[in-house]
Design a protein around this ligand. Sequence first.
Ligand code: F6R
Length: 236
Amino acid sequence: MEFITVETYEELSEKAASIIANQVISKPTSVLGLATGSSPVGTYKKLAELNKAGKLDFSKVTTVNLDEYVGLTADNDQSYRYFMNKNLFDNININKANTSVPNGCAADLESECKRYDKHIEDLGGIDLQLLGIGVDGHIGFNEPDSAFAKGTHVVTLDPSTIEANARFFASAADVPTNAVTMGNLPIMQAKKALLVANGANKYDILQKAFYGPITPYVPASILQLHPDITVIYSKN
Ligand code: F6R
């Protein structure tokens, strides 16, 4: 594991973007696993700048996102599909047909979970997985639990996650209570993992996750066993 502490969010975003850019340059057909939330926004902005400057080509890249809220359609501005289009896909030369976010509005969510796992398998797995971390230690929406979930599944969001994400909604009551999330297996099988976290409120959970015991009650702690994980942290 490489744990890099930087001074500013700008530096974090630059470093994370350069790791992703290296991945895409060395393998133009890369499968990127992507995250939403506030942590990767700066990284996505840097990637879009590189693309605009003609230094990075996404035309052959495929992406799979970690998660989606149950019940939010793609055109809902709080959905993760909307977030990805706005923060990255609309700003780079990726073929949107090659981007996937779980469908949180599928009539049969169990089948949707199976379909998503099969899709990741058919792609041959993930080359680089970008992650954030929740204040409760979640990765994707794999919340603290008695076991590590392997595949894509439906979760009930932890009250701390609902509280943390209420900042994006009109009120906490508007945050969906359920989500569809990729499980831990494709994340652990990703050839590279890159976790970005900023803010003093993430410090304690990062210590627990990366220097404490490996336990499903701190979901990100499983990443201690990942063969190629980089963590970038900035306090600001
Ligand atoms: C979102 C996701 C979550 C976030 C985490 C941190 O796709 O996978 O695990 O990465 O909730 O969110 P922020 O970055 O908003 O603090």
